[in-house]
Write a protein that binds this ligand. Structure first.
Ligand code: ADP
Ligand code: MG
Length: 566
């Protein structure tokens, strides 16, 4: 439907045209006429369907010029980013209505400055419930002339524990008012708010076959425990998304992953609730402008972040809630573009969780194999060669000619120099590409025979490590069974494990870069006393008594329990 069929004033239509919206989205077409009539509305539609304009355009249109210095509309949003974003959009919507003055009010920012802004006569307030409450108590925000209150992302505000704040705010608002609520989902708590605070509300919803948008293709990858970062790196290298968002379940994981990706040379930054407002804003601006192209975030921090060009979403941790999955992947495939969502899972538990998500969302999530190291290297190599071809004759690196002549005068040929330089350049680009070795599955009894050697793992008693953590990690990373491993000796600073000699390379490779108990480890062949031990006797004899297979599983459980604590 066209915007000019909805009853919006001329000034607003002009602004909308300028922003570039051609047709109203379904939720806009349904909600705008009702809101303009002053009805209470409950709007339900998924992320990315244009809810901000659905309530923002009528809100801007509703401002009464006669009382332009009073707050007339209050919009509550769950996060600072959402509040800022919605406020920016309202400014655009009201570009041709100079007396409409939106103002964002959120925690973590200077309250004095907000007070000044309020005093200047803001008439649309967009804020987070906590800070709005704060201003009400300080008598710096007066709501006695309020005519409309809008709860944006109402479900998320309730999830975040804002219910009490919201109910308190509603007590300061005149009874004679319009109450509007927008939400991606309609859990029973929302319906409770609706029946308590709204008057004869009209529910407008957008039905959807699948709960995820069709413009997002969804894939998943199963990787060994402890290799998710490598897997993510591989996907980033292979697909080279221009802008991508990576989701983790905890702030801790966001920090850790950010650090790892930055160390590997990616332009990544983290976003979570513990960060100062200023650095959050900086990160978001850098991401919007493309200076950063990977944003690593928690669900709450990323809620509603509106960047249209995100072409890939990665679920590094599987979302803790089915709805979160929908919100996460809704960050891509927006505004008429397509996007991809990749979920990385490890272990059977996560596989089950993902299956549950697929059932809930009624979406196809397609299983894929990770790109191989060779694929990525071939791609990077082509890239280097293409660049060289483009630059030849462009004069861009012409300075090199002088250096080349110097080397040639020392007796090297141009071919030698060129080949070496290409080799160096390609190696630089591909050095950090991780390797995934197909797990070797051994038969039950192969572990007990043959020679063994010891490997040394850089965690010991000091790191509060237990044998089943070590065994669990070995089993996860190598794909071998608990029975393949022999005696585990834990020393203060390191641990040794007897492993079959024939598999030592594979084991060292597979263990490199993994983590045990959340701690990065180093592995190498053990060179200390008894390093030449060759398990002539029973490979598993001696040392701690344990049942190989069973403690292998315990190891895994131990690790996943620990992960939850992040
Ligand atoms: P929601 O709140 O439902 O998640 P937003 O209001 O954030 O969605 O809008 C998502 C994106 O779609 C924004 O970039 C917005 O500018 C854009 N958008 C909204 N309405 C339209 C429209 N009618 N035509 C084109 N793009 C639109
Ligand atoms: Mg929104």
């Amino acid at each position: 439907m066209l915007f000019n069929e909805l009853g919006l004033p001329e000034e607003i239509l002009r602004a909308v045209a300028e922003i570039g919206y051609e047709e109203a989205t379904e939720i806009q077409a349904k909600a705008i006429p009702l809101l303009l009539q002053g009805r209470d509305v409950v709007g339900r539609s998924q992320t990315g369907t244009g809810k901000t304009a659905a309530f923002g355009l009528p809100a801007a249109a509703s401002i009464d010029r006669e009382m332009q210095r009073s707050v007339q509309v209050l919009i509550l949003c769950p996060t600072r980013e959402l509040a800022m974003q919605a406020c920016e959009e309202l400014c655009k919507f009201s570009a041709y209505l100079p007396y409409v003055k939106p103002c964002a009010i959120y925690g973590g920012a200077d309250i004095e400055r907000q007070i000044t802004q309020l005093k200047k006569g803001a008439n649309i307030i967009v804020g987070t419930p906590g800070r709005v409450m704060d201003h009400i108590r300080r008598h710096t925000l007066h709501l006695d002339c309020l005519r409309t209150i809008i709860l944006d992302e109402a479900d998320e505000m309730l999830n975040m524990g804002f219910r009490e704040d919201i109910e308190e705010i509603l007590q300061y608002v005149p009874e004679e008012r319009q109450t509007v609520l927008f939400s991606a989902t309609m859990p029973p708590q929302i319906m409770a708010i609706t029946s308590e605070y709204q008057r004869d509300p009209v529910v407008v919803g957008v039905e959807q076959k699948s709960r995820t948008v069709e413009s997002v293709a969804q894939f998943y990858y199963e990787v060994p425990m402890g290799r998710k970062t490598d897997a993510l790196q591989m996907l980033l290298l292979a697909f080279e998304p221009k802008l991508s968002m990576v989701f983790c379940n905890t702030k801790h994981m966001v920090d850790e992953l950010t650090e790892e990706l930055v160390a590997k040379g990616f332009r990544a930054a983290g976003l979570h609730g513990d960060m100062k407002q200023q650095s959050r804003t900086q990160v978001l601006n850098a991401f919007r402008s493309g200076r950063l192209n990977i944003l690593i975030a928690t669900d709450v921090a990323a809620r509603g972040i509106d960047v249209d060009d995100v072409d890939a979403v990665f679920n590094y941790d599987i979302p803790q809630d089915n709805e979160y999955y929908i919100h996460r992947i809704g960050r891509t495939g927006r505004a008429g573009k397509t996007g991809c969502a990749y979920t990385i899972i490890s272990g059977r538990k996560q596989a089950m969780e993902l299956k549950d998500i697929a059932r809930f969302t009624k979406a196809d999530i397609i299983r894929c194999d990770l790109p191989t190291r060779d694929d990525v290297i071939a791609k990077k190599t082509d890239r280097v060669l293409d660049k060289v071809k483009t630059y030849i004759g462009s004069g861009k690196y012409a300075d090199g000619e002088y250096q080349l002549e110097k080397l040639m005068s020392e007796g090297f040929t141009a071919e030698q120099v060129a080949a070496t330089l290409l080799g160096m350049r390609i190696s630089k680009e591909t050095r950090t590409v991780p390797e995934f070795i197909k797990p070797v599955f051994r038969t039950k009894d192969s572990g007990g025979k043959g020679k063994s050697v010891k490997i040394e793992i850089s965690l010991g008693r000091q790191n509060r490590i237990a044998p089943n953590f070590i065994l669990g990690a070995l089993v996860d990373a190598t794909g071998m069974t608990g029975k393949n491993f022999g005696k585990i000796d834990i020393y203060d600073r390191f641990t040794t494990v007897e492993v079959p000699e024939a598999d030592k390379e594979h084991i060292l490779d597979a263990m490199t870069g993994t983590k045990i108990n959340g701690q990065k480890i180093k592995v190498k062949l053990y060179e200390g006393k008894g390093a030449d031990y060759s398990g002539e006797k029973d490979f598993r004899s001696g040392g701690r008594r344990r049942d190989g297979g069973k403690s292998g599983r315990n190891g895994k459980d131990g690790r996943s329990n620990r992960r939850k604590r992040y």
